[in-house]
Structures are given as structure tokens and as C-alpha cells.
Design a protein around this ligand. Sequence first.
Ligand code: MGD
Ligand code: MGD
Ligand code: SF4
Ligand code: MO
Length: 692
Amino acid sequence: METHFRTCNLCEAMCGLKITHQNSEILKIEGDFEDNFSRGHICPKANGLKDIYLDKDRLKFPIKKTENGWQQISWDEAYSLVVSKTKEIQEKYGRDAIGVYQGNPTIHNLGTTMFAPDFFRLLKTKNMFSATSTDQLPHHFASWLMYGHPMLLPVPDIDHTDYMLIIGGNPLASNGSMMSVPDVAHRLEAIKNRGGKYVVVDPRKTETAKHASEHFFIKPNTDAFFLIALAKEILAIKNLELDESKFTGLDQLKQEINNFNLNDIEQITGISGETIRTIANDFCSSPTAVCYGRVGVSTQAFGGVCLWLINVINIISDNFDKKGGAMFTLPAIDFIGNAKPKDRFSRWKSRVSGYPEFIGELPVAALAEEMLTEGDGQIKMLFTNCGNPVLSTSNGVQLEKALETLELMVSFDIYLNETTCHADLILPPATGLENPHYDLTFHVLAIRNTAKYSPPLFEKAEGAKYDWEIFQELRNLFLGENQTIVPPEVKLDLGLKFGPYQLSMDVLKQNPHGIDLGALKPIAENRIQQKINLCPDILAKDLSRLQEAKHELFATDSKQFWLVGRRHLRDNNSWMHNSAKLMKGKNRCTLLINPADSDFLGLKDHETVVVTSRVGQVEIPIEITDDIMPGVVSMPHGYGHHRKGIKLDVAKQYAGVSINDLSDEKVIDQLTGNSAFSAVRVSVFSLLDLKK
Ligand SMILES: Nc1nc2c(c(=O)[nH]1)N[C@H]1C(S)=C(S)[C@@H](COP(=O)(O)OP(=O)(O)OC[C@H]3O[C@@H](n4cnc5c(=O)[nH]c(N)nc54)[C@H](O)[C@@H]3O)O[C@H]1N2
Ligand SMILES: Nc1nc2c(c(=O)[nH]1)N[C@H]1C(S)=C(S)[C@@H](COP(=O)(O)OP(=O)(O)OC[C@H]3O[C@@H](n4cnc5c(=O)[nH]c(N)nc54)[C@H](O)[C@@H]3O)O[C@H]1N2
Ligand code: SF4
Ligand SMILES: [Mo]
């Protein structure tokens, strides 16, 4: 029997795992109590790593779609097809005829994070897309404008704070995001145990809200008003003395905020002015406090404004760059360094809808129309990498149609799923326990400075390839070069040696439980290369759009609901439903609805309803519960495995329906281009009524 220690790469929490195995048989996966960061914590998904490793549906060799179905081909054949077709299509139609979509596991896989960008950059296409614009883009946007770099993302110092305000995040299900925080439940509990509070603002009484000191229901999409009201109260309490050597824009900010008439704040948001005053008082009277917002505030019609205001609140309450507040990390591999602020927005626009580029990418809401609309620059060939946009981006049905129009589609993926079944060629890399791991991205977002390297546990299948091999080999072939293929450890070693702690691969290898580099420290002065702008013009201008939207937010219609998403501890976006162990138990793909609404519609618990939106409809059973606000319905994302052509035998049995067959690709944050999932309106009908 042997023991292997590693970091779980499935979500952002970076839990330490202790895996007991006999040769290639895994006997047990448990939490590593010697990992000081995660302290033995794991969630049920950790065991999913074993299921992925053993999954008979997982792809290990390239497959090509033929008239006789999918056929295995050699890596050489796959590579030469990719390179020759890419060149042919670019010669025929121009560079932008190639589109690229990269999904979430891109950053959970070291080899892909390190080497995929080099390959995709060679294509020089403007049609780059990723899951970022379905997720955290507004965080990067606000950071870029205020701190000068999209990756200078303040992290809540959860272990030292006395008051944490959580808006649109459910870390007890998601295990935290844009905040790598293993064992988050105990860490939140500890705030209460040391006499502090944590408070949740969410249209659903979530798992996190149920344990919180307080929870307030908020109407979806109205957080920007709530945050303005909160900022106004905080400004009234704090007679802010601004260090003019560090900040600019305070007067402008005050002016902008004062332009808002907030007398009707309760009607708009569902939260009274009195409550907001209390939150502001608590926030300011706590020795330390931090405001944290996540997917719920990011993926809405004013995501950019919300993330800006959250930063503002932390700064004006004097909790930025302070212990217990919102702080920057100093990661062992520091790819931000002393990066100077630069132009990163709207340098080009999407061809059809004219959406602005940000950090080199266009909003994924434009992906389908860029394939479907004829003309110069139309996407004719698409690469997907670690992504399942058919289930994970708005209007999946339209996207499916668009994928069928392509001349060629190539997917780097480990499954034949709802997206990759439209490809002509799938190149699957080794994954999970077969890979070495270092969290290049999540150490940047962690609540402590830590560093940990995990060696591979098992050999990849004979003849299989690592992601870092695939992307370097493709690069070489594309350029006709013969550069040596290097494993990620070579680059890691350099990054560590030149990093702020001068570590090395040798040192990391000697510390299989990770190295704790200490609590976050105030370091903004060294990280930020500009004065912090409290009121960037681009964001301030968007406030007039917010003013205009006010009336729309009031609009009520008894059959129209706001549709919001939710996450469950045993899901991982769309791609872990092929693990039988994780799928056990009651059906999770249900629509939550408040009793007042189900009564009004005459619906019975568990009956199937039809939910419709501008773009589509689904049939789904309901769960009647007071946990969801009246006027709002909630369903999980990542289901919809009934689609033809997939090879996911377990997932098919728990097919469910896809929320993104309802999400409208036209509904975006018009400033940042991020998908505004929470701004989608739906109608709900009884299936029985419709059949009558
Ligand atoms: N309505 C609604 N939609 C949402 C969200 C929501 O809350 N509501 N959330 C959004 C968010 S936050 C995100 S991040 C996106 C996610 O969007 P995506 O990243 O596009 O979707 P995933 O389901 O994470 O798909 C991951 C893909 O990566 C593949 N994969 C897994 N491991 C590996 C690997 O090691 N190598 C390779 N090459 N492939 C691998 C899987 O098979 C799968 O195809 O979804 C977004 N969509
Ligand atoms: N178990 C599990 N863990 C995951 C994932 C998973 O799929 N499953 N996905 C991973 C990924 S890719 C990400 S990005 C993170 C996301 O991490 P979180 O942001 O913590 O994830 P969610 O559970 O979607 O929480 C979003 C919350 O926002 C609320 N919300 C929706 N609309 C609004 C609104 O308009 N205003 C406010 N205030 N709240 C709103 C929803 O009700 C929900 O409770 O989780 C990661 N971890
Ligand atoms: S919380 Fe995230 S990192 Fe920890 S075991 Fe679960 S999936 Fe893995
Ligand atoms: Mo995400």
C-alpha cells in the first residue's frame, strides 16, 4: 500500500488529498490533515477524481468523425489535420475565420494553462472566446480600471475579518470562488465564534445563508442599487480622509452616488433603507469588515458596476489592503509582477453585434452569431478547449445549430459530450490523477499565501498525451520548428526561482503537503502601479443606464419570473455527471418556486412545469419552497444530457434539462459584455394545463 499526496484540481478550493493506493488501484481518497491550508477538508467531488480516472467513457486517444461514426486515429494524423486545415481555412477566409472557445478547466489544468495560449496566439484571430464572459469578467474589468491590472483581484481575508458581507455567492455549495478557501464552512463559522457576523444577500436562502448571522432576500439584478445605497450610508458615517497620493475620484464618486434618488430602494431591491443603514453601521463599526460578491452579482445586467461598487465599499470603509479586509496575495509564482497599466478594452469589436473586446476576448454571447452570420470574418472553424458551451453558455440550442454550419470543429476534451459531439476531431489529453499539478491561478486568489506541487499519481494510458505535449507539438508543427518539448515543471521551476520567495521545484517536492507562506499582508503599495481611481469614467458613465433600467426593474407581471442559477456540492458545472456516486440521491435538476407563486399558478409540489423564455422552453419538476423569493425561480446549470450523439452513459440517466436552453444570448451586461444570466425573464406554465 502506498500513500500519495496532492491538491484536488476540480474546484478553486485547492484541498489537500491523501490517496491510498495499491499500484493503480485506489483504495481511499481522504482529506490531508497535514496540509495546513485545507486542514483535512474535502468534499464529495474529491472521490470523483477516481471515477474520472476509471471512467470507461473518458477519451484517451484522438477520434475523428467519419461516415461510419467516430474512429480512432493516430496523434500524427490528428495533428496534421489540425494544422493543415487551420492554414487552409485562414488562407481562404482570413485569420478571423478561426474561432476559439476555452472553458473553465483550462485554468484547473497546469499544462493547458501554461501551453495552450502559445498555440492559440499563433492563430492571430480576433475571435477568441472563453467562459470568462459567462463568469468573472466584471471582476477583472473593475480591477483593471481601479488597480491597473485585471488580475489584481482583492481577496477577502476571511480568517481575520469580523464582518463579511456575501453578495450573490454560495460558498457552502461552490466551495468559494475568486477566493480559494478550503474548509469555508468552518472558516465562516469562526467569524461568528470570534464575535463577528457574516451576512448573505441573495434571492435564495442558500446553504450559506441558512448558517449566516443574517440573510436578506434581494430582487435579482438590483444589487447595483443596493450597493449604491450602502456606499452612500458608509460615506455618511466615515468622514473619509483620502490619501491623495494613493486615490483619486472621491468627489466624483460622491457626486455620482448623490445623483441617485434612493427613496424607493425597498421597492427596487426588496431591502429597506433602514436595513441598509444597519448593514452600513455594522460594516463600519466592526473592527474589520469585507464585502465579497460572486457569480450572482457578476452575471447580471450591471455586473461591471456591481464589482466596482464592491471594491469602492471596501476602500471607503477603510478595509482595503488591511488585515481582515480585502487584500492582494503575493503568490510564489507572480505573473503580475510590476505590470504597467495598459489599454485592454474595446480595441476591437465583434463583427455582428459590435460587442467590445476585453483582455483579448470577445463576449461568448456573440459566438453563435459569428458562425451563423455570413460575411467577411465569419467563423468557419472552431477550436474548443476544456469547454462545454452548449450547456454552459446562453441559448445552447442556437449554438448547436451554429456548430453544425462549421467547416471544421476541433475539440481538446476528455469526453464526447453535448459540445464535442459536434466536432470533427477530438484530441483528449491525460487528466486529473495522471497529471502533475500546481495552481498557477488559484494561488493568486487564495486566502493565504501558499505553494504546493503535486506529482502525477498514475502513468497516463500507453500512447496517450499530456496537454503540454499536445500544445507544444501542435505549435512546432504549425511553425515548422523543432523546439524541445518541455514539461511544465521546467517553467514552474523558473517561475518559483524568480518569484518573491525564491522557491524551487526541489523545495516544493520536499514539501508534499504544501508550503505555507503566511497570512495575506498589506502590499497594495508594491502591487499597484497607479493611483487607485475610485470613479473610473467608463464605469461612472454606465450609471445612467442603471438609472434608466429602474422602471424595468419595477415591472411586475404575475406570470413572469426572474430565473437564477444555483450550484450543488455534488455537481461541477456540466461535466461531472458521469460519476454514478456523485449522481446518487434525489433529482437535483428542479425548479425552485415560492409557495405564493405556485399557489397563484395552481401548481402542486413536484409537478412538471413548462418554463419558457424568448429563446426556448424546458420541462422541469418544481420544488415549492420558502427558500426562494417570490417572483424568482431557480434551477441548476450543467444539465441537459438528453442530447443525441453524446457518450456519457451515466449522465444520460440523469439527463435533466439545461438552464441555458432558456438563457438569452441577447441579455448581457451591455458595458462589459458578460452574460447576464440573472436578467433572464421566464414564464411558468403547468404542463397539465397546457395538455388540457
Ligand atoms: N445559466 C448559467 N450558465 C452558466 C453559469 C451559471 O451560473 N448559470 N456558470 C458559468 C460559469 S461560472 C462557468 S465557469 C461556465 C463553465 O463553462 P465551460 O467551461 O464551457 O463548461 P464546463 O461544464 O465546465 O465544461 C468543461 C469541459 O471541459 C472538459 N474537461 C474536463 N477536464 C478536462 C481536462 O483535463 N482537459 C480537457 N481538455 N478538457 C477537460 C469537460 O469534458 C467539459 O467538456 O459556465 C457558465 N454558465
Ligand atoms: N459544487 C460546485 N462547486 C463549484 C461549481 C459547481 O458547478 N459546483 N462551479 C465552480 C465555478 S465555475 C464557479 S464560477 C463558482 C461559483 O461560485 P458561487 O458564486 O459561490 O456560486 P453559486 O452557487 O452559483 O452562487 C451564486 C449565488 O448568486 C445568487 N444570485 C443569482 N442572481 C443574483 C442576483 O441578481 N443578486 C444576488 N445578490 N444574488 C444572485 C444565486 O441565488 C446563488 O446563490 O463555483 C465553483 N464551484
Ligand atoms: S472542495 Fe473543491 S478542491 Fe476540495 S475536494 Fe471538493 S472539489 Fe476538490
Ligand atoms: Mo465559473
